[in-house]
Design a protein around this ligand. Structure first.
Ligand code: SF4
Length: 307
């Protein structure tokens, strides 16, 4: 059934307007508007409360799952900021979170969160500590320990290879190129720790540009100027929607990958293989090339640990 636009519905009712009781209608409208405003305010209060609980729950979950895995929690994630965020914004985010997690408000869980939040804040607000932490995090994201020397070793190991040349042009930050939002962000559709441990990746060099993934899930997938798809944002829709895109890809070039492999995979795709394709060389296999990259990182780390 065709939907009649509101303007037409009003116009079609104009012939009955002479029988309407306008004062009563306007009064009723005023009461309805006041009710709507009260409802909106109540909803905003409820949302603010839910957001506060979500932030605390996310911080505690991040701390505990890191402890379970025998590693430190990600300081950037704890503070809800990205690598490269301005110190003033880090401070602002820290203050908001510290207020939510204050033990007087949030009890023992708040105390647990505040201890780690304070450490994260002290680290990220100090230039030297932040730099050292970022390098450690870059390597740690792959399961290795490392430092600035390990990075230099990495450049030496890869030398004049395509990855080595790419690293000299564009330093590897350990950050994914697709958008990743924290679990406490309203747009993040992660519901379980299992989901949080994986990410979605498009092997762009195998993509035939059919646009099915983009059409079924435009929040997550985008088409590049090259006519190939890529992942724009991780977990911006639920798992079922992402899985539908994966299942309907005609060349099976969309993959779930371990979260810690996302950054090196995207780096290799974007900065190593796409360049080769542009220059007419055989681009190679992104997974094999990334394995080489990860192995070089591991070797650099071991070299430094043995010094
Ligand atoms: S469905 Fe597969 S082949 Fe089609 S655009 Fe998406 S990634 Fe490329």
């Amino acid at each position: 059934m065709a939907v009649v636009p509101l303007s037409l519905r009003v116009a079609s009712g104009a012939s009955t307007s002479t029988s309407l009781d306008w004062p009563r209608l306007l009064a009723a409208r005023g009461r309805s508007a006041a009710r709507s405003r009260r409802t909106l305010r109540a909803r905003a209060r409820a949302d603010a409360g839910a957001g506060t609980d979500d932030v605390l729950a996310h911080i505690v979950r991040t701390i505990r799952s890191a402890a379970k895995a025998g590693r430190d929690p990600d300081f950037f994630e704890l503070l809800g900021v990205q690598v490269g965020t301005d110190p003033e914004d880090i401070k602002k985010s820290y203050r908001e979170r510290a207020r939510v997690c204050h033990p007087d408000v949030a009890g023992s869980e708040g105390h647990e969160a505040c201890v780690v939040l304070n450490e994260a804040y002290a680290t990220l607000m100090d230039d030297e500590l932040r730099e050292a932490y970022q390098v450690e995090r870059t390597f740690g994201s792959l399961g290795f320990q490392g430092s600035g020397d390990a990075l230099r070793d990495l450049y030496d190991i890869l030398g004049d290879t395509d990855i080595g040349r790419a690293l000299r042009r564009t330093p590897y930050t350990g950050e994914p190129l697709s958008k990743v939002v924290g679990r406490d962000h309203f747009a993040c559709k992660i519901e379980t720790d299992e989901q949080a441990a994986k990410a979605v990746f498009v092997d762009e060099l195998s993509c035939v540009g059919c646009e099915r993934c983009f059409r079924s899930n435009p929040a997550v997938f985008r088409m590049e100027g090259t006519g190939r798809a890529r992942v724009f944002g991780q977990w911006l829709t639920d798992e079922e929607s992402i899985q539908i895109a994966i299942d309907t890809c005609p060349v099976d070039c969309i993959h779930w990958v371990p979260k810690e492999q996302l950054a090196p995979l995207e780096y290799v795709m974007q900065h190593v293989l796409r360049d080769r394709a542009v220059f007419g060389k055989s681009p190679g296999d992104v997974f094999a090339k990334t394995a080489t990259f990860i192995a070089a990182i591991q070797k650099a780390t071991e070299t430094e640990n043995n010094l």
